[in-house]
Design a binder for this molecule. Structure first.
Ligand SMILES: [Zn+2]
Ligand SMILES: [Zn+2]
Length: 347
């Protein structure tokens, strides 16, 4: 076992604190990663605070991890010491169900093993990336292209793939009108990726406070959803809407913005049900869908795509000591657009 520095939650309400955690001994197929940067995702906060169900404490979260390979197991072939690598939201899956065999490990029929707060195959509880080191089986370790600034690569592992996967699946591209609901960590990546895919992109945000940013990221239009005129003017407009908002919204109002055969995809995950009227769908053969991160192969494809198109998240680098303030600011949507912990400050 390797004892390493980490930031952990000790209860749903106590501030996170610095501590040490244990990493398993390197197995034949494992990679030991010296973590350099770790993104702060809203899911981390929901998890440590028990919003999505009880968790075991102490718990270290973080599933936007980039670092350098420090050591590899004897059977590792995909990665080598010194390589820039990343780990996202999952660290294992059954590898034999039909979804795993199709490269969609995130939809593993036996449940993928989450990067934190999940029961790993050895029975231990997984611990995430707010830590100096992590041990991960090589098949769930991504290669981070050299041209992506390292600290900006971290949020691609969750926010990037969560938006890339549905944009690809529902064919965002030239000639397609795509709307992105919400301009936070996920939303701003959805805008950048959809623009790079060639779609005509519209941002639908509560206010116009981030309009300048949205247009700078390549969106052609930006509307405030607090203005009822927005919903009147944009009826039957979009081929695809990506909803990145985790709070309940009037889904029927957004469905009315889809043109014939359009799809509204939820990547935000509010705890409450979202009521949908049948008439919102049947009036224009519309679909209401959901999407969860992306498979390992697709995550690598996304990283390579971002490198090729010079896309990176907007980040604010923080010290480990700042994590509790960062959480409060994430909850107030006061971040443009992702906090990233400089793990060097955790040593
Ligand atoms: Zn996340
Ligand atoms: Zn599986």
């Amino acid at each position: 076992m390797l004892t390493v520095n980490a930031i952990a939650a000790t209860s749903p309400t106590a501030p996170l604190e610095k501590t040490t955690i244990e990493r398993r001994d390197l197995g034949a197929n494992d990679v030991l990663i010296e973590v350099k940067y770790s993104g702060v995702c809203h899911s981390d906060i929901h998890t440590v605070r028990g919003d999505w169900g009880p968790v075991k404490y102490p718990l270290t979260v973080g599933h936007e991890i980039v670092g350098i390979v420090a050591e590899v197991g004897s059977a590792v072939t995909r990665h080598q010491v010194g390589e820039r690598v990343g780990v996202g939201c999952m660290v294992n899956s059954c590898r034999e169900c039909e979804n795993c065999l199709a490269g969609e490990e995130q939809y593993c029929l036996k449940g993928n093993v989450g990067t934190y707060a999940a029961v790993d195959r050895d029975g231990t509880i997984t611990q995430g990336g707010y830590s100096t080191h992590v041990v991960v089986t090589e098949d769930f370790v991504l290669t981070v292209p050299e041209s992506i600034p390292f600290e900006k690569a971290a949020p691609l592992l969750c926010a990037g793939i969560t938006t890339y996967s549905p944009l690809k699946h529902w064919n965002a591209g030239p000639g397609k009108k795509v709307a992105v609901v919400g301009m936070g960590g996920l939303g701003h990546m959805a805008v950048k990726i959809a623009v790079a895919l060639g779609a005509e992109v519209t941002v639908l945000s509560q206010s116009l406070s981030k309009q300048e940013d949205g247009l700078a990221f390549g969106a052609e239009h930006y509307y405030a959803t607090s203005d009822p005129e927005t919903f009147k003017n944009l009826r039957n407009t979009f081929d695809l809407i990506i909803n990145s908002v985790s709070a309940p919204l009037d889904i029927n109002a957004y469905l009315s913005l889809l043109r014939l055969d359009g799809t509204l995809v939820n990547v935000g995950a509010p705890a409450e049900p979202l009521p949908v009227r049948a008439f919102s769908l049947i009036g224009a053969r519309r679909s209401f869908a959901g999407s969860n991160i992306g498979g390992i192969r697709e995550t690598q494809e996304m990283l390579d795509f971002c490198a090729e198109h010079n896309i990176a998240p907007e980040t604010e680098l923080i010290n480990a000591d700042y994590i509790n303030e960062a959480y409060e600011r994430v909850l107030k949507s006061d971040v443009r657009y992702r906090f990233v912990i400089d793990i060097a400050t955790l040593v």
